[in-house]
Design a protein. Structure first.
Length: 101
């Protein structure tokens, strides 16, 4: 199945403690049906000091379920994603505007 949300997409959170926040997807895990969005679902992780990095309490974005995210269209509104064939390519499009993504 083709991915409706991909790395680099700008999304808005639909439910949960970060409802309404926007951010860019940094990574997607299709097997777990989760994505990491920068600035959303942030947790404090305690890390030990090493030669490469300073230790301490480091904020880190945690994975969020794909069902709680919606893609933003060019107008800045949440939209669902559809697929259609243009020529010989399958493309994603925003259902609110009908524009290819």
């Amino acid at each position: 199945m083709a991915a409706k949300l991909k790395k680099g997409d700008t999304v808005v959170v639909l439910t949960g403690k970060d409802k309404g926040k926007q951010g860019s997807i940094t990574s997607v895990s299709p097997k777990d049906n989760k994505a990491v969005v920068e600035g959303v679902n942030v947790a404090i992780r305690h890390t030990k000091q090493s030669a490469q990095s300073q230790g301490g309490r480091i904020p880190q974005a945690m994975p969020i379920d794909l069902s709680n995210l919606a893609l933003l269209d060019k107008n800045g509104k949440a939209t669902r994603v559809g697929f259609r064939v243009e020529g010989d390519k399958k493309v994603r499009y925003a259902k609110t505007t009908g524009e290819a993504i």
